[in-house]
Design a protein around this ligand. Structure first.
Ligand SMILES: [Zn+2]
Length: 403
């Protein structure tokens, strides 16, 4: 464990978490878990990979054998409010007892919103932060079983569903409520086998960004630090073997990155995030950039800018000491002083960005004229828990370095 334990433990909260079932082969528990909640299940999946695997037919056979009625909807790409409303409209009269989401972050987020609205039956735009009608959500939500098939967003452990509309008037905003937290998070690392390399890379960078940002967040507590640290340890062990796929230890790597992703969901939900996720919201709304790619492309430079600003404005603060600990962890060099360890962190993250060949923002149509509106759209949410307040000029520098 890292050395930076606080003198006094300040007030903190651990809000509601799902019942977590983690382990290779745990997908076999799914039919029984579904039966615990009732007889009618709405199963939400992506368009292809899971439904084309033998696990899909095994699941359907098991559901039919136990007398569960199942309905199926698919989510393609990042979910929009219109898609969520359409699914709710189609199924609100169907007496759904449980929603089952099997897929990546988009599928989990869409299903989370659907589960929240099946009973009330209203539009998700009533509740979407910042762009919606600002009405309070009063539930009830239908129980949700979340089964991630990628290791990235940690959505199985969070209370928010991120929905987006793309284009000049675009947005990427959350429907957020404690009642949306999944009843069960079923995390089976074996489901990651066969995940394309580029997806492992982007999702892995998302998970690591979430862990690092929540570790240095202004809202971090010793409890979330312990979880974030164990997630970063797991990531360092497992990410590269999993990414290499034909690596002999890829299988073990899957368990490590599935764990890292799960921890990142818990810590982001409890501690908040930082500048990368602050910028990810407008970037994802204005440009067709996958969320993991935004994280991967910005993380090293965002960390460099935070470290430089902290050295200037809060040289004795806890955040720099924490960055130094992570620097020792990711570089594997334990004896460095804090300054060298922070430099090693930035150098290692830059090396990852290069090795993974993460595209720059310009590849998605962004140019310098977009800086102002991206910075203006980045000030809410995650940016508030960045370890210090960055100036507009610092955010522009960050974007410019990855244009
Ligand atoms: Zn993220």
């Amino acid at each position: 464990m890292p050395a930076s334990f606080p003198e006094r433990i300040d007030a903190f909260r651990i809000a509601r978490l799902p019942d977590i079932r983690f382990g290779d082969g745990s997908i076999a528990l799914l039919p029984t878990l579904i039966a615990d909640y009732g007889e009618r299940a709405l199963v939400v999946t992506g368009r292809r990979s899971f439904v084309e695997s033998p696990r899909w037919s095994e699941l359907i056979t098991a559901l039919e054998a136990q007398g569960t009625t199942w309905l199926h909807v698919t989510i393609e790409g990042e979910p929009s409010p219109q898609r969520v409303d359409a699914i709710v409209g189609e199924h609100r009269e169907n007496d759904i007892d449980v929603v089952v989401a099997i897929g990546g972050g988009s599928v989990l987020d869409a299903a989370k919103a659907v589960a929240g609205l099946l009973r009330p039956g209203n539009s998700v735009m009533d509740h979407l932060e910042g762009v919606g009608r600002g009405l309070a959500y009063s539930g009830p939500a239908v129980p949700l079983i979340a089964v991630p098939t990628t290791a990235g967003t940690g959505s199985e452990a969070t209370k928010n569903a991120v929905l987006s509309m793309q284009g000049p008037e675009g947005f990427k905003k959350s429907f957020r409520d404690e009642r949306l937290v999944a009843a069960v998070a079923l995390v089976d690392p074996e489901l990651l086998a066969g995940c394309p390399k580029a997806q492992i890379a982007a999702n892995g960078m998302d998970a690591f960004t979430q862990l690092l940002e929540s570790y240095v967040s202004l809202n971090a507590s010793p409890a979330t630090d312990a979880l974030a640290w164990s997630g970063m340890q797991a990531f360092c062990r497992g990410f590269w073997p999993a990414w290499e796929m034909d690596h002999p230890e890829a299988g073990r790597g899957y368990s490590q990155i599935a764990y890292a992703s799960l921890m990142s969901g818990i810590t982001l939900a409890q501690a908040g995030l930082g500048s990368v996720h602050g910028l990810a919201s407008p970037l994802g709304a204005f440009f067709p950039i996958p969320h993991g790619t935004v994280c991967g492309t910005l993380l090293a430079e965002a960390t460099a800018i935070n470290v430089a600003a902290l050295r200037e404005r809060e040289p004795g603060g806890a955040a720099l000491a924490k960055y130094a600990e992570v620097g020792r962890l990711v570089s594997g060099e334990r004896k460095r002083n804090d300054r060298d360890a922070c430099d090693a962190l930035v150098a290692t993250l830059r090396d990852w960005t290069q090795r993974l060949d993460i595209p720059k923002l310009g590849a998605y149509g962004m140019n310098q004229d977009d800086f102002d509106r991206v910075v203006a759209g980045a000030r809410g949410g995650s940016m508030k828990t960045n370890p210090l307040v960055l100036t507009d000029a610092e955010l522009v520098t960050l974007l410019a370095r990855r244009l």
